[in-house]
Design a binder for this molecule. Structure first.
Ligand SMILES: Nc1ncnc2c1ncn2[C@@H]1O[C@H](COP(=O)(O)OP(=O)(O)OP(=O)(O)O)[C@@H](O)[C@H]1O
Ligand SMILES: [Mg+2]
Length: 226
């Protein structure tokens, strides 16, 4: 444990690729149940930061704690277990499994968490319905539009009710109305269920709902005054 009650804690984190410093001196604490929006122009390191928080990538310097666990102290298998149980990740480019249908993609995190098959199927169907995707259930990712794939990716990220949801531009491919309803769903999960939500975004809607707005600029993280 870290002695911190935060779900996410970064201390002195830096990430470089060769000579290029993408992130430096990042200190961040996100409390349980908080909704944080992450802003920054294209290429400033939003996806990189989410990947570090989720343990999908390792920092060049500094420590990342997720739910009280220092990620670098865990084995790859322990990190995978922590992610599978406690993390929902909406990838910028969806990362759906092409050989599985929409419903099977959503069932996957439930199966990994040993949810009985029938229960997992019911939950996946309910979520796909809530996201307006009932007619897409049995289609493969390549048979879905970009916005449909994005919503399947969101359903998959929240299916197992993870403690922490990291969403990388989750409304980027959606029209305004669909984006609003997806955001409302994430917002409700955060507020009603007390889940922690970090969203990389350019959307004004997200900024209006978040507890805090952070901006990456010149490789550093700044908190916007509100
Ligand atoms: N594996 C890698 N090797 C080298 N450079 C990388 C790698 N991954 C990312 N970068 C660089 O790191 C910087 C940050 O990338 P990142 O994808 O985090 O930006 P972003 O803020 O998410 O951008 P966008 O808004 O376009 O999604 C970019 O300059 C990118 O080119
Ligand atoms: Mg990105």
């Amino acid at each position: 444990m870290t002695g911190s009650n935060s779900d996410v804690q970064l201390v002195g984190v830096a990430k470089t690729y060769g000579d290029s410093t993408v992130l430096t001196d990042i200190d961040l604490e996100v409390a349980h149940g908080e909704f944080v929006a992450l802003l920054g122009r294209s290429g400033t390191g939003k996806s990189t930061l989410l990947n570090l928080i989720g343990g999908l990538d390792e920092p060049t310097q500094g420590d990342v704690h997720l739910l009280g666990r220092l990620l670098s102290s865990l084995t790859e298998s322990q990190r995978s277990q922590l992610r599978a149980k406690s993390l929902g990740f909406v990838f910028q480019f969806f990362n759906l499994i092409p050989t599985l249908t929409a419903r099977e993609n959503v069932e996957l995190p439930l199966a990994i968490n040993a949810t009985p098959k029938q229960e997992g199927r019911k939950r996946a169907r309910t979520l796909l319905g809530e996201l307006g995707l009932s007619s897409c259930e049995n289609r493969f990712p390549e048979e879905l539009s970009g916005g449909e794939q994005q919503r399947v990716a969101i359903a998959r990220a929240i299916a197992h009710d993870p403690a922490v949801i990291l969403a990388d531009e989750p409304t980027g491919n959606l029209d305004l109305e669909t984006g609003k309803s997806v955001l409302a769903l994430l917002y409700e999960i955060c507020r009603r269920r007390g889940r922690t939500l970090i969203v990389a975004t350019h959307s004004d809607e997200v900024l209006g709902l978040a507890d805090r707005v952070l901006t990456i600029s010149n490789a550093r993280l700044e908190e916007a005054r509100r």
